[in-house]
Design a binder for this molecule. Structure first.
Ligand SMILES: [Zn+2]
Length: 123
């Protein structure tokens, strides 16, 4: 779910200034991945193993990515460097999307006010 920005009480100038700041800082993250990193603990096939008494194996980290309804890509992140790369990639993607969503909400509010969406941006 998108974060809702309360924009209705902000001045058009303030919206335009925030828009300029967003446009200045928003850049496609080259490493971006839309996915989640999930932590899992598990049991093994050995009946005598301590994992069946509660000391489960793990944590294991997986990257899960929902591509379409019922089509989820999931794989084990084997090394700590893969885990770190996955966390950085998903964080970068989410931050980009948050910025894009805020831009969208600002543009929606500007449109509602009958303002221009392109041009007429003074800094
Ligand atoms: Zn075990």
């Amino acid at each position: 779910m998108a974060r809702v920005h309360s924009l209705r009480r902000k001045s058009t100038l303030a919206l335009r200034q925030r828009k300029i700041a967003l446009l200045r800082h928003l850049a496609l993250p080259p490493q971006g991945i839309r996915a989640s990193v999930v932590e899992r603990f598990g049991t093994c096939g050995k009946p005598s193993c301590a994992c069946h008494q509660g000391a489960k194996h793990g944590p294991y980290y997986y990257l899960t990515q929902c591509l379409a309804k019922g089509h989820v890509q999931k794989f084990l992140l084997k090394s700590s460097s893969e885990q770190a790369a996955a966390r950085e990639a998903t964080t970068a993607f989410n931050e980009f999307c948050d910025g894009l969503e805020e831009l969208s909400q600002i543009n929606t509010e500007l449109l509602r006010r009958g303002e221009e969406l392109v041009g007429s941006v003074r800094s």
